[in-house]
Design a protein around this ligand. Sequence first.
Ligand code: SF4
Ligand code: SF4
Ligand code: ZN
Length: 263
Amino acid sequence: MNVEIVELDDRKAKFVLSGATHAFANSLRRGMLAEIPTLAIDYVNIYNNTSVLFDEQLALRLGLIPLKTDLDSYVLPSDCGCGGEGCPQCQVSLTLSVEGPKMAYSTEMVSADPAVTPADAVPIIKLAEGQKISLEAVARLGTGHDHAKWQAGVACGYKNMPHITVLEECDACGMCVDACPRGVLVITDNVAKAVDERACSLCRLCESVCELNWIKVDTYPDSVIFTAESDGSMPITELIIRSADNIKERATALDEYLGIIDA
Ligand code: SF4
Ligand code: SF4
Ligand SMILES: [Zn+2]
């Protein structure tokens, strides 16, 4: 298996994954969406709310705010020694006390753990003169399996890696070069050639204009172009590595289980 990084920053990654099946790529994607825990606000004690939002709507907005998550510091409530009742190992409290006129932002929430803060300045509500909100929100770990608010990976997906072949008979007429909307093709040494297969959209316009079919657009059977984005709860590299580790853990567990069945 090989990974070629195309783009990478703290939140987003684009890479070519080769020597791997589409099933593996899909497992990696699903792990990022549903298996890796992240912190999200799970319940809210509202002490005062004179805004135009009902308490339930306010709680819904708070639940969808991405929170920076250190998975080495917290455990899932179901795995915690407190039995899920709530303790510093499985939950963290954030308070918000604001008064209008103003726009209240997620970054105004004060966390009991300085390491757990909103990943972005998300507008919560616009308060008019004299309107107040005072609340305590409790964040806990969960996974995307249970609710989308615990989904650390967003816009995670992959597409087939294009493979463009030009046969020797090509007469360098240039029609495919002109037809390509992505600028993938050039004429070099009297033959059409792909300069960047990754940029190809697989539209096959080049094939349709080549009257003698000297150009073929196909895909590599064991390569995909993978794109992934984190909601900000953790760096995208950590999310990808944790997802790959999760596949290994589940495969090992299945292997052990099947071993027990065979025995
Ligand atoms: S592949 Fe076909 S359309 Fe493209 S330059 Fe060659 S002959 Fe022309
Ligand atoms: S399939 Fe479409 S994008 Fe790809 S090389 Fe041909 S014309 Fe360009
Ligand atoms: Zn606990």
